[in-house]
Design a protein around this ligand. Structure first.
Ligand code: IPM
Ligand code: MN
Length: 372
């Protein structure tokens, strides 16, 4: 996929400076709940960036989640997979619907679509940053002095572990089991991304596990330890997941890059996401060797669906991560800058309004698109 993008690039000289002009094909999976509303704003802002920097973006919408179950009986249809595979990247909204949450016997569930998509696109590394915005620091449930300067990134393994292990029922349905399995190579490829990211940042890597109890964790630890010699500059620490859960709210700025397995990463990244002050702010990327997907960390927030009140910033910042991964650094920065501007000027949705004027989702999107 990347080579196609590269092939589409032309070099052009603007203001005495070499710039990449890109033609990007992006699959657009809006999904459920507030997904479509927040995705619409990310498209607005991305299109504004594209016209400012002379890129061309072709968006191809595709069905996923409960919306896809309703339309074709399946949360990640083959047609959607084909569109994602053919695209340079996927921009994803949210998945999930309360009508399935309260029905444990439902045979087809929206979340299965997400898991199938991760597996079929081999998105083994989930990149989830947590950072603070100076203008929002007092909105965090944690004290200012504890969180100032927090800028950490979780790399969560996304296609293995207990999410994809054998599961079932025994004893006439009275016993249930889920199994957690990892192959050394699954650990290696995730850890490699962790070391590489650490090299680009402060050269600190924390491997989060439960090696005092779990065999899979001992495999993680042993694999990461064996890789240390290839990255002599990286200081690696090994910490138990329960301790990390605690330190994350005590001194989050002690961490930089953290790597962990699927379920630990699911839990810790939700915990970390509230440090910034709103769930609606944190973006994410899921990447593998052949595909890239960008999505907000928040879920489908069904109570707000269709009300034009959801915070679109996490999705817009996910689009910034997408530009960054195409090496469009100025474009990514332009998005982050305008987001910061909107926050300091109070052009915010109700979750951040704090007694001030609450702007609609679409108004925030319009303002950002007009100001990039
Ligand atoms: C996430 C979500 C998913 C997960 C659910 C919806 C299956 O919580 O992306 O973190 O557990 O991975
Ligand atoms: Mn989660």
């Amino acid at each position: 996929m990347l080579s196609e993008v590269e092939a589409n690039n032309e070099q052009r000289t603007t203001n005495n400076e070499q710039r990449n002009i890109m033609k990007l094909n992006i699959a657009l999976l809006a999904g459920d709940g507030i997904g479509p509303e927040v995705i619409e704003q990310a498209v607005k802002v991305s299109n504004a960036i594209a016209s400012k920097f002379n890129h061309e973006i072709n968006w191809t919408p595709a069905l996923t989640g409960a919306a896809a179950i309703d339309a074709v009986g399946e949360p990640y249809p083959d047609e959607t997979h084909a569109i994602c595979e053919a695209a340079d990247a996927v921009l994803f909204g949210a998945i999930g619907h309360p009508r399935f949450d309260n029905d444990p016997s439902a045979k087809v569930r929206p979340e299965q679509g997400l898991l199938k998509m991760r597996q079929k696109l081999e998105l083994f590394a989930n990149v989830r940053p947590t950072f603070t915005f100076p203008s929002l620091i007092d909105k965090s449930p944690l004290k200012r002095e504890r969180i100032e300067g927090t800028d950490l990134i979780f790399l969560r393994e996304l296609t293995g572990g207990i999410y994809f292990g054998e599961r079932g029922r025994l004893n006439a349905n009275e016993t249930a089991f889920d199994t957690c399995t990892y192959h050394r190579n699954e650990v290696k490829r995730l850890a490699k991304k962790g070391f590489e990211l650490a090299m680009k940042r402060s050269k600190k890597l924390c491997c989060v596990d439960k090696a005092n109890v779990l065999e899979t964790s001992r495999l993680w630890r042993e694999t990461v330890q064996a890789m240390e010699k290839d990255y002599p500059e990286v200081a690696v620490s090994y910490e138990f997941v329960d301790a990390v859960a605690m330190r994350l709210v005590q001194w989050p700025n002690a961490y930089d890059v953290l790597i962990t397995e699927n379920l630990f990463g699911d839990i810790l990244t939700d915990e970390a996401s509230v440090i910034s002050g709103s769930m609606g702010l944190m973006p994410s990327a899921s990447v593998g060797e052949k595909a890239k997907l960008y999505e907000p960390i928040h879920g489908s927030y069904p109570q707000a669906a269709g009300k034009d009140i959801a915070n679109p910033l996490a999705t817009i910042l996910s689009a910034a991560m997408m530009f960054e991964d195409f090496d469009l650094t100025d474009e990514a920065k332009a998005i982050r800058d305008v987001v910061n501007k909107s926050l300091s000027e109070g052009i915010v949705t109700e979750d951040l309004a704090d007694g001030g004027k609450a702007y609609k989702t679409s108004e925030v999107g319009d303002w950002l698109a007009a100001n990039v």
